[in-house]
Ligand binder design. Sequence first.
Ligand code: PLP
Length: 229
Amino acid sequence: MIAARVSAVRERIARAAARAGRRPEEVRLLAVSKTQPPEAVREAFAAGLLDFGENRVQEAQAKIAALEDLRAHGVKWHLVGHLQDNKARRAVALFDSIHSVDDQGLAGRLDQIGADLGRPVHALIEVDLAGETSKHGLPEAELLKALEGLRERAFLSLEGLMCLPPFDEDPERSRPFFRRLRLLRDQASAGGLLRGRELSMGMSHDLEVAVEEGASVVRVGSAIFGERP
Ligand SMILES: *Cc1c(COP(=O)(O)O)cnc(C)c1O
C-alpha cells in the first residue's frame, strides 16, 4: 500500500521535474511520518525512502528510538514543526536537520548547542511569506537582517529556507509563495548568508508546483501514508 503510494509520488515529482527541465534526482522526497506508527515508517523505508519528518519532539523521541536501527542504513530525521527553546537540546540530539527555525533567538541557541557538542547543527529558516501572524515563521521583511545577525554563528549550518503557505485546495495558489522563497534564497545565497541552497517546500497537494518552482526537498505526508487519523 505505502510502496504503491511512494511510486505514485515519485512519478508526480518526475513529471513536474521534466516540465521544469530539472532532473528528478534534484528533488529529495521527505516522508512526513507524524501521527504514523513506527511500522509505517519501516514500510516506507522498505519502499526506498531514507528521509523522514516529524513535527513534534515528544512524539518523535519514542518513534526514533524504536527505529534506531534504520540510521545505520542511512535514514535521516528532520524536524518540520515548531520548536520551543526548551526542547532545542533534545531536538539537536534527535534530528539530523531542523527545517523550522523561526526566530533568531532559537537559531542562536542551536548554534550554542552545536558549540557545546563540537559539531554543526544543520538548519533551515522557516519564512512566513503570507504575514500570517498566527503561524510560525520568520517574517519575510526580517529575514535578511536576521541572517546577517547569524553570520558569525559558526556551529549553525544554514542549509536553506523552508515555507508552509496558507492551505488552499488549488495548488496554483501556492506558486507565488514558492517563487518568492526561491528568490529570497537566491538573494541570501548571493549575499553569502546561507551555506546551502535547500528549498524545503511543497506537500501532498502542491508538490508539483513546488518542484516546478525549484524545491530541493518536498515534505509529503498523506500522499504516502494515507489520511492522518
Ligand atoms: C504535516 C506536514 C506536512 C505534510 O503534509 P501533507 O499534506 O500530509 O503532505 C508537510 N510539512 C509540514 C510542516 C507538516 O506539518
